[in-house]
Design a protein around this ligand. Structure first.
Ligand code: SAH
Length: 220
C-alpha cells in the first residue's frame, strides 16, 4: 500500500468538514459522532483508485464483493448505539474497519467479526498499522462471539433476514442491538433495547440498503 494513501492533506480535511456538514443537514445530531467522523480520514480505508470519492455520502466497494457503508448510515447506526467510553461493543461485519475505528474513537472496547477471510486479514493488518486497537475475529457473526459476551452494544453492518437469537442473548440487560432487517435489497434499521432477560423494546427506521448478512442466521 503506497504511503501516499496515509497522507491527510488540507484538501481531505476540508472535504471531511463538508461531509460532516452534510450529515448534520441530513439529521445526525450527536456532536460526538460527528466529531469522530471529522477526525477519522475515511480515504485511508479506500482503494487507491477510489480515493477521490472518499468524502461522498455513498457506499463504495472494498473488495470481495463488499462495501464500506455510506457515511450517513455509519453515523445513524452509531448514534442509535449511544456509545459511552468503556462500552464493550460487538460489530458483525468488520469490512474495511471504518465503523470499528469510529467506535474505537468514541472510547468503546471493540470486538468485530468478519466472514470473508481476505478482508479479515487485510483489515487486521491495516488497523494495526494505523495504531487502532480492536479485537478482530474471522468467522460467522450471526452466532455472536459467546466467549466474550455479554456486550453493552451490538451493531450488525450487513442486511439480515431475521434478528439472530444469539445476538439478543449476548446483549447485557440495558444493552442496545442495532441491526438492519429486511429482504436482500432493502432493510429497516431496528434498534432493540433489552429491558430484562425476556423483555425487549423495538424501534424501526426505514430506508437502508446493505450487502447481505451470510452465515447460519443469514441469507443462504
Ligand atoms: N462495517 C463495515 C461494512 C462492511 S459491509 C465497514 O465499516 O467497512 C458488511 C460486511 O459484513 C462485509 O464485509 C461482509 O463480508 C460481512 N459479513 C456478511 N455476513 C457476515 C457474517 N455472518 N459474519 C460476519 N461478517 C459478515
Amino acid at each position: 500500500m503506497p504511503l501516499l494513501k496515509l497522507e491527510d492533506t488540507y484538501l481531505h480535511k476540508g472535504k471531511r468538514r463538508a461531509l460532516v456538514a452534510e450529515l448534520r443537514a441530513k439529521g445526525i445530531k450527536s456532536e460526538r459522532v460527528l466529531e469522530a467522523i471529522n477526525t477519522l480520514p475515511r480515504h485511508f480505508f479506500f482503494d487507491s483508485a477510489l480515493i477521490s470519492h472518499a468524502y461522498e455520502d455513498k457506499a463504495f466497494p472494498i473488495g470481495e464483493g463488499q462495501t464500506i457503508s455510506q457515511p450517513y448510515t455509519v453515523a445513524f447506526q452509531t448514534e442509535l448505539l449511544d456509545i459511552h467510553p468503556g462500552d464493550k461493543v460487538l460489530e458483525i461485519g468488520t469490512g474495511s474497519g471504518y465503523q470499528a475505528s469510529i467506535l474505537h474513537l468514541l472510547g468503546a472496547e471493540v470486538y468485530s467479526i468478519e466472514y470473508q477471510k481476505k478482508l479479515f486479514e487485510g483489515t487486521q493488518r491495516f488497523l494495526k498499522r494505523l495504531g487502532i486497537e480492536t479485537k478482530l475475529f474471522y468467522g460467522d457473526g450471526t452466532v455472536g462471539i459467546p466467549q466474550f459476551a455479554p456486550y453493552d452494544k451490538i451493531i450488525v453492518t450487513a442486511g439480515a433476514p431475521v434478528v439472530p437469537d444469539a445476538l439478543i442473548n449476548q446483549l447485557k440487560i440495558g444493552g442496545i442491538l442495532v441491526i438492519p432487517v429486511g429482504d436482500r435489497k432493502s432493510q429497516s434499521m431496528l434498534k432493540i433495547s433489552k429491558k430484562s432477560a425476556n423483555e425487549i423494546i423495538r424501534e424501526e427506521f426505514q430506508g437502508f440498503a446493505f450487502v447481505p448478512l451470510l452465515g447460519k442466521d443469514g441469507w443462504k
